[in-house]
Ligand binder design. Structure first.
Ligand code: ATP
Length: 242
């Protein structure tokens, strides 16, 4: 499973407990630089817990997380963000009483003179936000707030962008386009993306590398061009046929 050439992120034997339950039971995977890696799995297998443990939001009981070669296990979240990881949780984490632009300004942590370029980039990715840029985030629909949360994650400086199920709350037609644009953004700007997704059909279109997760562990991983060969395990773990 560990055949990733140059991992920017390496997760080794990660264990975590929530409320006394042993949720992560030895998670292993790597994310290669400048690639899009996806962790797929059904509801409740521990995908979100994995991301939150990487980000220091949940405590790792055992195991290690390496980012750019540094052991960042159980570092405070702000210092992980400072090292170059931008994390967008599944919750609509926006400030309801600030405008769209104010939310984006607050999320941005790069040099002042580059904000306009970043803004243009996210507005191209989310044309709907452009239309509503002066509105309070609290006045947006649920889907639009989700877009804004994703846009905030993108404007934050990052060497690694981690997205918790970006498709959730967005319409299927919109998701396809968003994923296509996200991949384009990654290739254009030499970025690295790790995301979790429940919908295999979405993921197979855009990922370079896929990991399958079940019951607190990563069961297997393979490059996207080997999807067909992994038909059996995909069916067993995700319950979908190719
Ligand atoms: N705050 C919490 N309190 C109690 N149990 C939790 C909490 N967060 C997660 N769990 C439990 O941990 C397990 C893993 O949850 P997690 O959210 O990581 O799964 P997931 O694979 O991301 O699935 P989903 O896509 O449904 O969120 C589930 O059984 C869930 O009920």
């Amino acid at each position: 499973m560990n055949d990733v050439a140059s991992p920017i992120l390496k997760v080794k034997d990660l264990h975590a407990y929530i409320g006394g339950f042993h949720i992560l039971q030895g998670v292993n995977f790597e994310a290669e630089e400048y690639k899009l890696t996806a962790i797929l799995g059904r509801n409740g297998v521990g995908k979100t817990t994995t991301l939150k443990t990487i980000m220091g939001i949940y405590k790792a009981a055992r195991g290690e997380v390496f980012f750019k070669g540094e052991n960042i296990t159980n570092f405070p979240t702000h210092s992980i963000v400072k090292r170059g990881i931008s994390f967008v949780p599944a919750e609509k984490n926006v400030f309801a009483n600030l405008t769209v632009i104010e939310n984006l300004k607050l999320a941005y942590n790069g040099p002042k003179e580059k904000f306009d370029d970043k803004l243009e980039m996210v507005m191209n990715l989310f044309p709907e936000l452009k239309r509503f840029s002066g509105l309070l985030a609290g006045e947006l629909s649920g889907g639009q707030q989700r877009m804004l949360a994703l846009a905030c994650g993108l404007v934050r400086e990052h060497d690694l962008l981690i997205l918790d199920e970006p498709s959730e709350g967005l319409s299927p037609a919109y998701v396809k386009n968003f994923y296509r644009q996200l991949r384009h953004y990654m290739l254009e700007n030499k970025k690295t993306i790790l995301l979790i997704e429940q919908n295999f059909a979405y993921a197979r279109e855009i990922t370079d590398y896929i990991y399958l997760m079940d019951k607190g562990v990563v069961v297997t991983g393979f490059p996207s061009e080997k999807i067909e060969e992994n038909n059996h395990v995909i069916r067993r773990i995700l319950g979908v046929s190719l």
